[in-house]
Design a protein around this ligand. Structure first.
Ligand SMILES: C[S@@+](CC[C@H](N)C(=O)[O-])C[C@H]1O[C@@H](n2cnc3c(N)ncnc32)[C@H](O)[C@@H]1O
Length: 341
């Protein structure tokens, strides 16, 4: 790796200039050698000496961001930048504490410098909220836009991060579900968003029949684009409330029902049980306390089953992801038995 050898007293100033000029190469450690600091660079800079060192690229992107910001933010400020960030296509969405508000542009530019494929950095302005589960964001660096293209499991999806819900952290779960699907299944994808679950399933199961129901008109518009883009002819996007749509037209319909609305899915368990055929499977996502998450989830599923007059068996259960220090998102795979004896 090529390093720029800079007298320690000029370290901070040079670091800043390297990042601004796009010469700083993220992912490699910054080296301290005597009275000099060595910065990993893509080429020469001014009169500074360049030297070669055998250093190995580090994979952890949060460390790389911190590296790029050391010398720009103080040690104390770096400590407060705990926030993780997500990358969706060429957009990064980062959490920046209020105490670092005045440094948000520096942080955004540093992120662009360590991830060369990024074009835009957005700052989170709050949690996912409202019926559509969207979050407010604002651009802090790069291009001023909210729309991106994201690829997962061979599927290309377009979405606007400010008007629809999307989480890259569910990609493993989407793959897991698509691997469970059997030939010629009928699937009800409730709370479908821009269509990631239906599209990932459709990619490997073009023989499935998938009804994808979503309340947010913006999300449905993107889902329709994504269906066309991926030639996923077996997905029907339906704009509407999952309860009304299923109860009016899809009772006893599905081999599989997906419920990726962890905050409120328990309120729709009766709808999912109604939409499943006898012996069909419901994937119930919910948030639960870390102390006994599966018991809490099972109690919700059981009490809704009793009220609906069906029987359920828990085929499997797993933690999908940590959600907060005290909460996890879990999924129960439930087999629905309708002919209760
Ligand atoms: C947590 S998001 C999941 C979106 C998508 N499945 C994904 O994984 O990206 C939940 C979605 O359910 C939608 N939603 C909320 N209430 C709904 C309802 N009653 N009927 C249909 N969709 C609903 C929201 O607009 C949001 O897009």
């Amino acid at each position: 790796m090529i390093y720029l050898k800079v007298p320690r007293r000029d370290g901070e100033k040079t670091r800043r200039e390297l990042i601004q000029k796009g010469l700083f190469v993220g992912g490699y450690p910054i080296l301290n050698e005597g009275d000099f600091v060595l910065f990993p660079v893509s080429g020469p800079f001014g009169d500074c000496e360049t030297v070669e060192r055998d250093e190995v690229k580090r994979p952890i992107h949060h460390d790389r961001l911190k590296d790029a910001l050391s010398g720009i933010l103080s040690e104390q400020e770096l400590e407060t930048l705990i926030g993780s960030f997500d990358i969706i296509g060429d957009i990064a969405i980062i959490e920046i504490p209020d105490a670092l508000e005045s440094r948000e542009v520096d942080i955004g530019n540093a992120l662009l410098s360590v991830h060369k494929n990024l074009k835009t950095v957005l700052r989170k302005l709050g949690p996912m909220e409202g019926e559509f589960r969207v979050r407010r964001v604002k651009p802090i660096a790069g291009e001023d836009r909210m729309t991106t293209l994201y690829k997962e499991s061979g599927v290309l999806m377009e979405l606007d991060v400010a008007s629809v819900y999307f989480s890259v952290r569910l990609s493993h779960e989407r793959k897991r579900i698509s691997e469970l699907v059997k030939p010629n299944e009928r699937i009800l994808a409730l709370f479908a968003g821009v269509g990631p679950f239906p599209l990932v399933i459709s990619k490997t199961h073009p023989d499935a029949e998938i009804i994808a129901i979503e309340l947010n008109p913006d999300a449905v518009a993107f889902m329709e684009k994504n269906i066309a883009r991926n030639k996923a002819k077996n997905i029907k996007a339906v704009l509407g409330d999952a309860r009304k749509v299923v109860m009016a037209g899809y009772r006893d319909y599905a081999d599989r029902v997906l419920m990726p609305l962890p905050k409120d899915a328990h309120d729709f368990l009766d709808v999912a049980y109604a939409g499943a055929r006898d012996g069909g499977m419901v994937h119930f996502y919910t948030f639960a306390g870390i102390s006994d998450p599966f018991r809490e989830a099972a109690e919700k599923a059981e009490s809704a089953a009793k009220a609906s007059g069906v029987r359920i068996e828990i085929a499997s259960q797993r933690i999908v992801r940590p959600y907060s220090p005290q909460t996890v998102q879990v999924v129960l795979d439930l087999i629905v038995r309708k002919h209760v004896t």
